[in-house]
Ligand binder design. Structure first.
Ligand SMILES: [Zn+2]
Ligand SMILES: [Zn+2]
Length: 132
């Protein structure tokens, strides 16, 4: 017998707002609607390199930051300005995933719909999919 499809992870409609930079809207077969900012998606990039990066940060949370706070009134350095990544393009991968070309040059993240539902930023999904 085939495994029943999880309707929570099956998209009914997918809108990717590449030109406006407004992010991604997905309505799922269970009726739930998710909205994702491109910045959020970039942070959650599931590729191996980003996964590694996140693990390193989790393991050494203090290694990356500056050792001391800048002196007040000394033209303290602004936090390094990085333009927020947006999607430059989006490509369907089969019928199970989307791959984004981000404006920071990153193009290897393939976001399956399974994964996208699991990272839905709303509270309900956070409780349902991400409570340990
Ligand atoms: Zn990545
Ligand atoms: Zn949700």
């Amino acid at each position: 017998m085939p495994i029943p499809l999880d309707t929570r992870k099956k998209p009914a409609s997918v809108k990717i707002h590449v030109s406006t930079g407004a992010g991604v809207d997905i309505t799922w077969c269970d009726g739930h609607a998710s909205h994702y900012d491109f910045v959020y998606l970039r942070e959650k990039c599931p590729c191996a390199a980003c996964e590694d990066e996140r693990k390193k940060k989790a393991a050494a949370p203090f290694a990356a930051g500056p050792a001391a706070s800048p002196l007040p009134g000394m033209g303290a350095e602004l936090p390094m300005f990085k333009p927020k990544p947006k999607a430059a393009a989006a490509h369907p991968v089969g019928n199970y995933a989307i791959r984004f070309d981000f404006t920071d040059g990153h193009t290897t993240g393939i976001y399956s719909f399974d994964y996208l539902r699991e990272i839905c930023p709303c509270d309900a999904c956070s409780r349902e999919f991400r409570s340990a």
